[in-house]
Write a protein that binds this ligand. Sequence first.
Ligand code: ZN
Length: 445
Amino acid sequence: MSEATSIQADLLVSAKWVIPVQPQGAVLEDHCVAVKGNKIVAICSQIDAEKTINATETLYLPSHALIPGLINAHGHSAMALMRGIADDVPLTEWLEESIWPLETKFVSESFVLAGANLAVAEMIRSGTTCFADMYFYPDQVAKAALAANIRVQLASPVLDFPTAWAQDADEYISKATKLHDDYRHSELIHTAFGPHAPYTVSDAPLKKLSTLAEEMDLPIHMHVHETAKEVSDALAADGRTPIERLKQLGLLSPRLVCVHATELCNEDIASLAEAGSHIVHCPESNLKLASGFCEVAKLSKAGINVALGTDGCASNNDLDMISEMRTAALLAKGVAEDASALPAHQALEMATINGARALGLDAMIGTLEVGKYADMTAIDLDALNSTPNYNPISQIVYATQSSQVSHVWCSGQQLLKDGEFTGLDIQAIKSASAEWQAKLSAATD
Ligand SMILES: [Zn+2]
């Protein structure tokens, strides 16, 4: 670089390791990322930065890895208020005997806002800067996300049956299109259609969503093949797997995001690969509900983009994408009976660029690249459990605690500084959560 290419920046972050995620597996030692406004304007060595970058603010992180902000590609943020309320039961019993009755009784604007505030704080603390959310009152999740300056894709729910949010599929769909209109120019709020699952949404609304998603160029985010029972019930009903039914309804496309995707036969995998549909793997939720196994290595080999999500807190029970990466990497090896099945760098890709692709946001986020939004997470690797450090990507995936996340930026705005929140009132969030705990506890006694 010559003096003539001098770059003006608002912020220059110098880190021991910059891990841009692309090129795959790259670790740039003693490098910098320069930010102007909400975007990354340069990535270079610290030596070059001294000569060419003129920054208003500089930050030196001598023992840290700087990575793209983590992307939690599936969850239900308001369910943070139900963390631990119904553990150790299978999915059907969990949903029908605990979660759905509680939701019928309590879900409201104020419940969703309090839960989303709690979830957003937990996600920022553990290095997440973008999350996909499927829940009622998505406008309240938008409010929480905007207040915290975190990025979200709201998958507005669609079901056949009535809830506090809407009465029938038509009303859910009209609320989803209104939500899109309300936030179509927002930098942080993105929208998608969120039909809950093949077994809760009938053919007519699914066909309508397929058409609308194409017209509006929006993703369809849906739980698909969560359990063996879901698949065997569908086969018993009409001889088709849920994926086969979605294919015949015209839903398989690059806009479809299938969450869970366990119990896929070879024909299902070929159909998803051919259509360019995405999968979100939620390993801890699948393990906790004993839902089944997503064959990540096999799916990736088939060319399917596989992202990573925590799912809601009631089935995880946290929103920590660092531990989720570790679980994904370990589980994939066990499922494939192959220790090389999901290497550390691939787990990091699932939690960053693959999530961005699934959400249709990969031109904006998911890697550290010039021109993308400055969504960045710094992790301090100066800890006993990160020592010695032969490979920072291995450390992050296999040995790091989320408490080592030290700094977080979203769209260039700093959300976490030296492990402390810059803008959120954590005491107020905890108090509101305690009030809801008292109400939910009284109802479950
Ligand atoms: Zn879910």
